[in-house]
Design a protein around this ligand. Sequence first.
Ligand code: DGY
Length: 320
Amino acid sequence: MPKKKIFITRRLPDAVEARARANYEVTQHADDRQVSIDELVETAKSVDALLITLNEKCRKDVIDRLPESLKCISTFSIGFDHIDLDACKARGISVGNAPHGVTVATAEIAMLLLLGSARRASEGEHMIRTRSWPGWAPLQLVGQRLDGKRLGIYGFGKIGQALAQRARGFDMEIHYYDIFRQPPDKEKGAIYHETLDSLLSVSQFFSINAPSTPETRYFFNKETIEKLPQGAIVVNTARGDLVKDDDMIAALKSGRLAYAGLDVFAGEPKINEGYYDLPNTFLFPHLGSAAIEARNQMGFEALDNIDAFFAGKELPFKLA
Ligand code: DGY
């Protein structure tokens, strides 16, 4: 039987590509460039499934342009805010994501952002790299310790819980808010807040770990920031559009927020200009899942969806 054809929009780790090529006829660009939407739609005409990334924005108008023959999209990401699931359902397209591989790697980056923000890592690095270190001094780049501080986690799914586990190792006191309270074996002593406002009011450190949905988009804004303790530190490893950038930047400039550690940005890779010159930020280019163990697992999960689809089974990580 001829192999089914799939389009993989970007280069993936060797082990993932090897598995894909063993089972499928793979269309892929060797140069790893970002594919345009036109190219995605055009290539979809000659394949049976798409393995996309979070960069390919599959809004309704894009889904509607896909050929009738295309009935499976699997995304190499836990996030699926780039795919219009309703439009896919209407077209009978099965959609799956890669929900587990990212967990530990993203929690590690959140921890790194918490530490780097508390201890002013980017300013220290900048001082060295710009050859402007005048030598050790008692008041130079003095930050704060994490131990004994309250960490508020907004979104207590797998990543939020994995962050809590790591932060406990730094003797932080864990608080969280989510739509549902987790059972004691998942809470592991974390203090549940019934409202976001309540969580904000105690969060000396605040970590955003919620998905981007119409309900959460831009929730972190002037009003929310006002509910945090003075001089709070915020980290975001979820999605950039949860934050209203202008409000965050104003609060960082005024000192209302002491520091922000950000791995994700609205409109990536073009980020709000205001961040570039703010010294009290620790900024990463969406590194959350950028660990080989995570990227391998993400790829295998994305392929598991495609395998199931062609086997006529329910997608293991089904979104639509
Ligand atoms: C995801 O999987 O959605 C992450 O943002 C990738 O790092």
